[in-house]
Ligand binder design. Structure first.
Ligand code: GLU
Length: 466
């Protein structure tokens, strides 16, 4: 069994494409087959090398590991030309010399008559000597589509059929001798011994053409699986309107690759139980293309955030660290210095970006803590606040050992001795240490910062209060 993921490098890796890649990978892994990566870059206008590189990088980031490739179709143009020539030689394809004007006239006539335009096929009969007639050899090569039903069984769609009568004599080679998608995709699927073609639903109407080509080449027709569309939360085709659409954008938003992988696996497939968290290995143990849902899948970005939070919570600080580094910018610190800080925060954030923002107070100098205006208004109240904080500062400066239980004891004993609630100390302390109104349990925060910084940050708050 051999599958392929065959993106056209005309943009970033779309999440729909990423899901196609994942489904190909999982089906191959489940059945002990192989998957290859093929870059379909024969459209010279729209294909860009940097897009190909981005797609490769996104797949690697996502953990989609192909077995062969990437192959570039632009390296294989001579093969496509030769194969088109073979079909002409065997009478299954023909040279078409129709001019743009002639085709235009045909199209206009069809429009006037109110019928769907199809190429008349006139060059099937007239090609002999046409070059001589026109004085040029400029031509395209068309495939001869004969009438008759083309039926196939799609692993997802079930039985599908198309009528040959409704299919144009489609183009294989353009006048610049570049292949069309139909030709290059089938030549490659044959040459690369592809047994299963899983691709987006938008290719369904291309499939009868491809089947005719496989047959014309005398090759086995692969098994097809057309994956349903992915819709946005507005139930329309996923687009920028409702959020990010590329794997790269989700990476930049702070989604860990394992979470995006898991989320995409569940777009149109489930492992047969409603447990949402499933890793790549476990999915590969049970996945089958024939279990993919026919109905379009809905991309629920909220669910992705939830799932990402679940993954971050379950990952160790060591695992998270390399993913987090790009979000820390120049504030980055060695893992040893912030391992415990990550540990304390990782179950409180839904994205790496949020996590980076939350741990910021641990990465900056004491005098760089900025006080959140709202938290300040709320927690620096009362005439006695400076006195309270001053006493707390001294109590903590004298706390020994400076651990979670003992610091908590010191604060509570002080509050009690003054007949005040502990909250009167805890909230301003949080503001002093983090600048924020919310954080992990404040004694954990204080201990992680250490006595020296805790006292320094309280001094700084006091200076502001006086
Ligand atoms: N290159 C095509 C695309 O990006 C996919 C072709 C195929 O899978 O057959 O849509």
């Amino acid at each position: 069994m051999k599958l392929r993921f065959a993106p056209s490098p005309t943009g970033f890796l779309h999440v729909g494409g990423a899901r196609t890649a994942i489904f190909n990978l999982l089906h191959a892994r489940r059945h002990g087959g192989k998957m290859l990566l093929r870059i379909e870059d024969t459209d010279v206008e729209r294909s860009k090398q940097h897009h190909a590189e981005q797609i490769v990088a996104s797949l690697q980031w996502l953990g989609v590991e192909w077995d062969e490739g990437p192959f570039y179709q632009s390296d294989r143009l001579e093969l496509y030309r030769a194969r088109a020539g073979e079909l002409v030689a065997s009478g299954k394809a023909y040279r078409c010399y129709c001019t743009v004007e002639e085709l235009e006239a045909e199209r206009n006539a069809a429009e006037k008559a109110g019928i769907a335009y199809r190429y008349s096929g006139r060059c099937r009969a007239r090609f002999v000597g046409a070059a001589a007639l026109s004085g040029t050899d400029e031509h395209i090569i068309r495939f001869k589509v004969d009438p008759g039903t083309i039926a196939f069984h799609d692993l997802i769609r079930g039985d599908v059929q198309f009528e040959g009568e409704l299919i144009d004599d489609f183009v294989l080679l353009r006048s610049d001798r570049n292949p069309t998608y139909h030709l290059s995709v089938v030549v490659d699927d044959i040459d690369m011994q592809i047994t299963h073609v899983a691709r987006g639903d938008d290719h369904l109407s291309n499939t009868p053409k491809h089947i005719l080509l496989f047959r014309a080449f005398g090759a086995d027709v692969p098994v097809f699986a057309h994956l349903p569309l992915i819709l946005g939360s507005d139930r329309k085709r996923l687009s920028k309107r409702t959020g990010a659409t590329s794997a790269e954008e989700y990476r930049d938003l702070g989604i860990v690759p394992q979470a995006l992988f898991n989320f995409l696996v569940l777009l149109g497939w489930n492992p047969g139980h409603d447990q949402e968290l499933i890793n790549a290995n476990d999915a590969a143990g049970v996945f089958d293309l024939s279990d993919v849902n026919k109905a379009p899948a809905i991309f629920d970005a909220e669910k992705l955030l939830w799932m990402n939070g679940q993954y971050m919570m379950r990952m160790s600080s060591d695992e998270l660290y390399p993913h987090l580094v790009p979000f820390l910018g120049e504030r980055v610190k060695p893992l040893e210095e912030i391992r415990a800080v990550i540990e304390l925060h990782k179950s409180r954030a839904r994205t790496l970006k949020e996590l980076a923002a939350q741990i910021e107070p641990f990465l900056v100098a004491d005098d760089a803590i900025e006080y959140d205006a709202e938290a300040e208004k709320k927690h620096l109240k009362g005439e006695d606040v400076a006195a309270r904080m001053s006493e707390l500062r001294d109590a903590l400066a004298n706390t020994q050992p400076f651990d979670v239980a003992t610091t908590e004891q010191s604060l509570r004993a002080l509050a009690e001795s003054r007949g005040l609630g502990a909250a009167k100390y805890i909230h301003p302390l949080r503001l002093a240490l983090t600048g924020r109104g919310a954080s992990p349990p404040i004694f954990d925060v204080a201990v992680l910062l250490g006595k020296e910084k805790t006292v320094a940050r309280l001094d700084r708050l006091l200076a502001k209060l006086r």
